[in-house]
Design a protein around this ligand. Structure first.
Ligand code: HEC
Ligand code: HEC
Length: 495
């Protein structure tokens, strides 16, 4: 009897033991399951790579927007000359502003400001936050886009596309023999002086802008060509430049055409397209976190399928349709002289005169976008989260918008009235079905952060590393004329 009880007890404890093991097994499997879902601490659903791979082949995407393009290397002599020119204040009317003042490689090829300050900065070589104009406000009406990957634009440059390829041939940056229109010619009319590609054509203009480089005192009342001629003869008369041009072109003649050619080559060497997304597209399933994969699905899928429809405009390997859309982003700063008070910016309408283009701006690329803030044509957003959420519901986002979140103080001017005009325009285009902006996408904060994870995966690590970018920054020995920008930040640290 005792024995039986004993043996029963034994049996019982055996069963308990087994049950415990079974529970452990369950817990262990659950743990493994959660671990496999979490991927670095996030706990949303796992994305099946097959789903993303269908999207990639349907778009279709190659992962490499620079594929088959003929691009210069930064080591080529023409690009090296362009780098020196890009960094010299001798191209500024009063020797106080250079291209690099608003497009520094370490600042993502931009200036890290909402709105730029060009001429008359209190400290010309201080770049980024802390750069000040004596008036206390930025003087340039639009955010400085990056010069990185400028060679990948085939339709146009500038937020309103006013340097525009007439042929728009894919893969050639405007170099298709059909000509380029610039602000020196009427809309749709070839500028015979534009030079070979969009990058070179664009490089003819910043030197003519009073706020960016020229000042009001240099070549007063002259044409754009007068400004360029004056700068070319200035450089010709300086000690170092003729020899530089001699070694690249075989003779020492300095013309603005040659200056623009060299600057264009320097910019076109700034190709930064190596990123985790590319590795993923090329087949490496482990290149993206699970959160970035969820973000990718949201980015590419239509709202009807649970996505956010971003790809409607941010399409292709360069993540832009290179077209113009009305989004109603807050209009801050001096404006482009439009509207009743001259504080508004009509965007693409300024070029085409077409009503549908009023308040339309060019779709930005998403490559390296994490390094490109502040965002929007007037730099009115500091973070990716803010700019994404604004897309989802511009009108109500604007109701709670405040410039106080901007690091740089900017004038609001008629922000309320001007932005309302743009939002009204958007409402009309959404009502008549011509806007591509989905009207009713709602995302959780987790989904917004998944989109941000995806956008982060579009960053080429080189653009975040000073050492990697050093090839695009001249050394003090490469200062040709004593006017090289030796950039430093607001804390006095060299850039
Ligand atoms: C004071 C700041 C400032 C300076 C100096 C400046 N830029 Fe810019 N850059 C801008 C702004 C602002 C824009 C956008 C203007 C617009 O869209 O109307 C721009 C646009 C560009 C673009 C077009 C990029 C795109 O995505 O469309 C290129 C390329 C460029 N600049 C190169 C240059 C070069 C080359 C120089 C020197 C010759 C130069 N910039 C000097 C502020 C500046
Ligand atoms: C209707 C076309 C369209 C759709 C759809 C769209 N965008 Fe945009 N996006 C734009 C345009 C145009 C701008 C620039 C507007 C301006 O500067 O005023 C922009 C700006 C941005 C910027 C700021 C980039 C910069 O360099 O300033 C980000 C980030 C962005 N979009 C992400 C997204 C995401 C994520 C989605 C999906 C949730 C999305 N966009 C959907 C057209 C679109």
């Amino acid at each position: 009897m005792f024995r039986r009880i004993d043996s029963r007890l034994h049996e019982f404890s055996f069963i308990v033991h087994e049950v415990m093991n079974f529970q452990k097994l369950i817990f262990f499997s659950l743990f493994i399951f959660l671990l496999s879902c979490s991927n670095g601490g996030d706990d949303g659903p796992t994305v099946h790579d097959s789903e993303l791979r269908v999207i990639i082949s349907e778009q279709p995407l190659s992962g490499d927007p620079a594929l088959n393009r003929n691009l210069p290397s930064i080591t080529e002599p023409l690009a090296q000359l362009g780098m020196k020119l890009f960094f010299t204040k001798a191209l500024g009317g009063e020797f106080d502003s250079a291209c690099v003042s608003c497009h520094h490689p370490v600042l993502g090829g931009g200036d890290d400001l909402s709105l730029p300050i060009g001429v008359e900065a209190t400290e010309p070589d201080l770049l980024g936050p802390g750069r000040k104009h004596p008036s206390g406000n930025p003087t340039v009406p639009r955010n400085a886009p990056t010069t990185f990957n400028v060679s990948l634009w085939d339709n146009s440059l500038f937020h309103d596309g006013r340097v525009e390829s007439l042929g728009k041939t894919v893969g050639v940056n405007g170099e298709d023999g059909q000509g380029i229109r610039t602000p020196d010619t009427d809309f749709d009319t070839v500028d015979p002086l534009s030079g070979p590609n969009l990058s070179v054509a664009q490089a003819r203009f910043p030197v003519t802008s009073a706020e960016e480089m020229r000042t009001e005192r240099f070549v007063v009342d002259g044409s754009n060509e007068d400004v360029r001629r004056a700068l070319a003869s200035r450089l010709s008369a300086m000690e170092g430049w003729p020899a530089e041009f001699q070694s690249v072109f075989g003779d020492p003649t300095i013309s603005y055409d040659r200056i623009a050619l060299a600057i264009g080559a320097y910019e076109r060497s700034q190709t930064f397209v190596e990123n985790d997304w590319k590795a993923y597209v090329l087949g490496d399933n482990s290149a993206l976190s699970n959160g970035a994969k969820r973000g990718a699905l949201l980015f590419f899928q239509e709202p009807a399928d649970g996505g956010a429809g971003c790809v409607r405009c941010h399409s292709g390997d360069f993540f832009t349709d290179q077209k113009y859309h009305v989004l109603g982003f807050p209009q801050v700063g001096p404006g482009k002289g439009n509207g009743g008070n001259g504080t508004d910016d009509f965007g693409r309408f300024r070029e085409t005169g077409l009503e549908k283009d009023r308040y339309a701006f060019r779709t930005p690329s998403m490559l390296n976008v994490a390094q490109m803030g502040p965002y929007g044509h007037a730099g009115s957003f500091e973070t990716l989260e803010e700019v994404i959420e604004y897309h989802l519901d511009p009108a109500s986002s604007f109701a709670s918008y405040s410039t106080s979140s901007l690091r740089q103080g900017v004038q609001e001017n008629d922000m309320q009235a001007n932005t309302q005009e743009a939002l009204d325009k958007l409402a009309v285009l959404q009502a008549d079905g011509t806007s591509k902006l989905p009207a009713s996408v709602e995302l959780t904060s987790q989904e917004v952060s998944d989109l941000v994870s995806f956008l982060n995966a579009l960053t080429d690590p080189c653009v975040t590393e000073r050492e990697c970018l050093a090839s695009w920054i001249p050394t003090p020995e490469q200062d040709v004329d004593g006017f090289q920008v030796v950039a430093f930040d607001e804390n006095g640290n060299p850039l």
